[in-house]
Design a protein around this ligand. Structure first.
Ligand SMILES: *[C@@H]1O[C@H](CO)[C@@H](O)[C@H](O)[C@H]1NC(C)=O
Ligand SMILES: *[C@@H]1O[C@H](CO)[C@@H](O)[C@H](O)[C@H]1NC(C)=O
Ligand SMILES: [Zn+2]
Length: 548
């Protein structure tokens, strides 16, 4: 027996080539990808050189193009939990759906001229939640986890502290409104959820979505109104021209049900959807409340001035599970929002969130997380078609990362949602995409053998969970930096690695709104011309010298 073991061990040692860290048996793809052909030209030098030179020519032309203007319109896309591995894997899935190997494909924003990275930590947390990060990327100030629209001097749950004007901060939507521009929000989550709430809300607790939540926490709704109430009745939510998302239940009394049977959650007996309509009627403006896809399509060509669209009782459904007869896609919502807001000559600020990437990751549903990312990419593509690069800034980013990893040494074109070509040390298959933690943990046997997940009945189903390292009821966010992509006026200021809270300052700079430095302020242009003149001075002197 011992001898046999020895022989096996020796055999293993003999077959390992390469170094200890990169055993050749893992590094060498043993089979060609099946069904997806490599572009044959990829094996030539010319292919890669031409590819690089074409990209370089594009950069060169972009760099020469004069960008003197400012961003009349700003559209910010936020992929909730859209970590860098999520972007890479979604891009591969997109390419594979089109019959390619996948790795070479591009999401809509992959080719934006500028990318950057941001640090997502919050004042009291190494790893951000969607509330404190929303305050950072929308209001330009970092705060504490769980708080929205208030600075780090407001502890979570502290209603009293959040009422102090000096601790409340403004969002870029408020800066846009103050400049006479319009503002709107689009999300696939409840409209009262943390990310969209960052555009209009001020609260010591992101979970105070209805009056019942505030009351149950022992607070007075007069002092600390819930997020649904704030959106309908307070500045700036009551001035938004477009509000699209899910979450009807936060606007309806608990004695009523919405159009699709979801019971309301309010205990103050108020119907805020009716109150929104009454408010607009009182202001003598055109408005419409809609709740399904057909109604959206009907008004798409000539929308009223104010639009409130709530398409689900709670979050909108995952795109792959949605009922297309009632639920619009994120791209459709984005298009109607842009068409509607574009009527303001001065411009607009629009926030668009792909909010359920995060939820799918929390459940270890990798397929759904990637599909939601692709849906957001489609929405970005639609916006990029509708808006002129010369006067509209598009910024795409995420609030925080997740702990999904892209593992192994699979050959080109390997199914991104499948198993790796190789197996673990015990010969058990593992997934290319797996998680550090979450509900997808399987019980291992006494010998620490992993379960072969490919044998599970629902393997590959939409809601099949990838395997994880340690069990948690909900997978956690990740603390790694997230990417920023920018296109349009002054896109280059988004390059580099900086604080997440710098993002709205930079958008405001490009749009010439809000406090602080503006791209088009007189002082700035004067400084710019002086600087340019100084830089030209030696050339002028040289020219004069040669003349005389
Ligand atoms: C609605 O809320 C009130 C106040 O909390 C409560 O007494 C009542 O039972 C609720 N009704 C339903 C149907 O949940
Ligand atoms: C309301 O608006 C309409 C059309 O814009 C206008 O004709 C009407 O006089 C307005 N009514 C009030 C009360 O301001
Ligand atoms: Zn989350």
């Amino acid at each position: 027996m011992l001898t046999l073991l020895f022989v096996i061990a020796a055999g293993v040692v003999c077959t390992f080539a390469g170094d200890r860290y990169h055993p050749e048996q893992y590094m060498e793809p043993r089979t060609e990808p099946v069904g997806r052909l490599l572009r044959s030209s990829e094996t030539t030098t010319q292919f890669w050189v031409e590819d690089a030179q074409a990209a370089l020519r594009q950069r060169h032309t972009d760099g020469l193009r004069h960008r003197s203007g400012h961003a009349r319109n700003v559209v910010m896309f936020l992929g909730d939990g859209m970590s860098v591995p999520t972007l890479t894997a979604a891009r591969v899935l997109l390419g594979q759906r089109q019959g390619q190997t996948g790795e070479e494909a591009n999401l809509a924003f992959d080719k934006f001229p500028t990318t950057g990275l941001v640090k997502t930590y919050c004042v009291n947390r190494q790893v951000a939640d969607s509330a404190c990060s929303a305050t950072a990327y929308l209001c330009g100030v970092k705060g504490n986890a769980g708080t929205i629209g208030v600075n780090g001097a407001v502890p979570r749950h502290d209603c009293a502290a959040s009422t102090d004007a000096a601790r409340r901060v403004q969002s870029i939507a408020e800066w846009a409104l103050a400049d006479g521009r319009d503002a709107g929000i689009v999300t696939t989550t409840r409209i009262t959820h943390a990310s969209p709430a960052g555009v209009y809300g001020k609260t010591a607790n992101r979970n105070w979505e209805t009056d019942a939540d505030v009351v149950n926490a022992g607070h007075d709704t007069e002092r600390c109104p819930d997020l649904a109430h704030q959106m309908i009745h307070k500045h700036p939510g009551n001035k938004f021209k477009v509000i699209f998302g899910g979450g009807r239940r936060a606007f309806l009394p608990n004695t009523t049900r919405d159009e699709e049977g979801t019971r309301g959650r309010r205990t103050d007996d108020r119907n805020l959807i009716e109150e929104w309509q009454a408010d607009k009627a009182a202001r003598n403006v055109s408005y419409k409340y809609i709740w399904n896809r057909a109604e959206l399509a009907e008004l798409a060509s000539s929308p009223p001035e104010y639009l409130l669209g709530l398409f689900e009782g709670t979050h909108m459904r995952y795109h792959m599970e949605a009922d297309p007869s009632t639920e619009p896609t994120l791209a459709e919502l984005t298009e109607v929002a842009i068409r509607s807001l574009s009527r303001n000559e001065r411009g607009f600020f629009l926030f668009v969130e792909g909010g359920r990437i995060d939820h799918a990751h929390h459940d270890n549903f990798a397929r759904l997380a990637l599909d939601e990312t692709i849906e957001m990419s489609k929405a970005v593509a639609r916006a990029a078609e509708l808006l002129d690069e010369e006067d509209s800034l598009i910024v795409v980013t995420a609030d925080h990362a997740h702990v999904m990893a892209f593992n192994g040494y699979s050959p080109r074109g390997q199914d991104i949602l499948g198993t790796n070509k190789d197996r673990d040390r015990n010969g058990v298959p593992y997934m290319t995409l797996s998680y550090t933690n979450g509900p997808g943990r399987r019980v291992q046997d006494a010998n620490d053998m992993r379960v072969d997940v490919t044998q599970e009945d629902n393997f590959g189903a939409l809601r099949w969970r990838s395997h994880v390292d340690f069990p948690l009821s909900s997978e956690t966010h990740g603390g790694d930096d997230v990417a920023v992509f920018a296109r349009g006026p002054h896109h280059a200021i988004f390059t580099g690695l900086y604080e997440q809270s710098h993002i709205p300052h930079r958008m405001a700079y490009a749009a010439c709104i809000g406090p602080g430095l503006h791209a088009c302020s007189a002082a700035h242009s004067l400084r710019g011309s002086l600087l340019a003149a100084l830089m030209l001075l030696p050339t002028l002197v040289a020219a004069l010298r040669s003349f005389f």
